[in-house]
Design a protein around this ligand. Sequence first.
Ligand code: PGA
Length: 249
Amino acid sequence: MRQKMVAGNWKMNGTTNSARELISGIKAGLDGPSAEVVVCPPFVYIPTVATEIAGSAIKLAAQNMCDKDVGAFTGEISGPMLKDSGCEYVILAHSERRAMFGETDEVAARKYAAALNNNLKPIFCIGETLGEREQDITEDVIARQIDAIINAEGVASLANAVIAYEPVWAIGTGKTATPDQAQNVHAFIRQRVANLDAGIAESLRILYGGSMNPGNAADLIAQPDIDGGLIGGASLKADDFLAIINAAG
Ligand code: PGA
């Protein structure tokens, strides 16, 4: 039985005060959740959030990391630093990183390897653009993106990772994939992994991301291969985030 996960990707939003307020709002409303709850603040707020969540069920993730562990890489943040700061997870290969910061499949695979080497669990993002969906090549894109990490690190590495399917056309647009559309891609992902290792596929958590909100979360998460959500906009309001956590379980 896969434990559901609800992860809040705060992206580049907030202040020290708003981060504190958001965490205290989430903590106040958490009612022994059956889902695993993760927050992903900007790097500079990780220490503040780590302090605020101490003793709660909330876990900490970063939104990105460097593929190198230490050295002359101005402006970068390494896996050992994230581990040292209390992170258990790290979002990798988010479509915003792929589209705006030049992260190729190859870079994404290097970061995936570095995260695992540092005992950080990747929340590895994959997803097609609107153009790719319209050309009917969604499965080709998804296959290429997942194969990039399987070919580099082996299918067994997915035992320590989470996949987030985020159709790019649904991120921050208010347009959500229908439960059927999302389920089809999630099932495709699980089957692709199952072709290599049925046991890993069965235990692999595959989150949906892209305009998930309190109104659509329950129907999406009710699908057999959707194991929770990676939430952007709706994770910035404690009430909305809590409603999604409750919808998960
Ligand atoms: P959204 O973002 O919920 O605002 O669409 C999701 C994400 O990018 O992780």
